[in-house]
Design a protein around this ligand. Sequence first.
Ligand code: ZN
Length: 265
Amino acid sequence: MAYSSIFYLFSHFFVQLLSIGGTEQAMPTLGPHLNGVHKSVEDSLLKHIYLSFDDGPNLGTSNCIRVCSKQKVAATYFEVGFHLAGNRKGQRLYQEILKNDSLFALCNHSFSHAYSKYLTYYHHPQEAFADFMLAESLLQSKNNIVRLPGNNAWNTTEVKRASGLVRPLVQQLDSANFNIIGWDMEWRFNKKGRPIKSPEAIAGLVDSLFKFNLTVTKNHLVILMHDHMFRAAEDSIKLDKMIALLKQNSRYRFEKLTHYPGLKN
Ligand SMILES: [Zn+2]
C-alpha cells in the first residue's frame, strides 16, 4: 500500500475517533479496553445499536418519537426532571414515550442536569445523589438506569468507568442499585444546536466502531444524541436517514438500553 494511502487511512480513522466522546463530557472517553471491560457477551454475528436521546422532554422530543416510531426502532430517552416539572407539553411528550413501552425506555438523567455547573455538581455528591432521587420520584421510570449529566461514566456489573471527579456519586448510585450507562459515540451538534455531521458520516462511524471493535462492550454500541438537535423538520429528516442507512445492514439490531448486557437487576 502506498504511503499516502496508509496516511489517509490513519488520519481518517483518527478524525473518526475524535468524534467519539462528545459534548456531554469533559474527559476523554475512548478506551473500550479500560479495566479489562471489553467483553464479548455472546457468540453472534448480530450487532446491537442503542439509540439514546438526552435532555428531553423539549422541543425536539416529538420528532424523535415520530421518527423512531415510523422506523419501528427501539430508543432510550434520558430525561431531565426539571424539563418535566411544571411543563404540560413536556408531560404530554413524556407520557407518549411511556405508553410506547415496546419501543422506548425512559431513564433518569438527573433533575437539574447540574444546571450545567458540572464541577460544582460532582464536588457535592450528596446533593447530586439527592438530585437524582428527586428526578426518580418525578420520572417514575420503570428501570434502574441513569446517565450522568455532562459525563460519560459507566457502572454496570461488567463495566466500571468513572473518573475521580464523579466516582463518589457513582458509588452512591451503585449502592442504591442503579446502573450508569454512558455512550460509545455521539452525533454532535453545533452552536445553533443542529447536527454537525451527515447521516452518512454517522452511519459510517457506527460501521467503523463495530468493525474495529471499538465499543465498550463488543457488538454493542450506544449512540448519544440530543432531542433538541432534531426540532427542525429538515434535521429530523437526517435522523430518519441515519436510521434508514443503519437498517440496511441485516446484522444490526436496535435495542432499548434496558437490554444492554450486564445490567444489575
Ligand atoms: Zn445531558
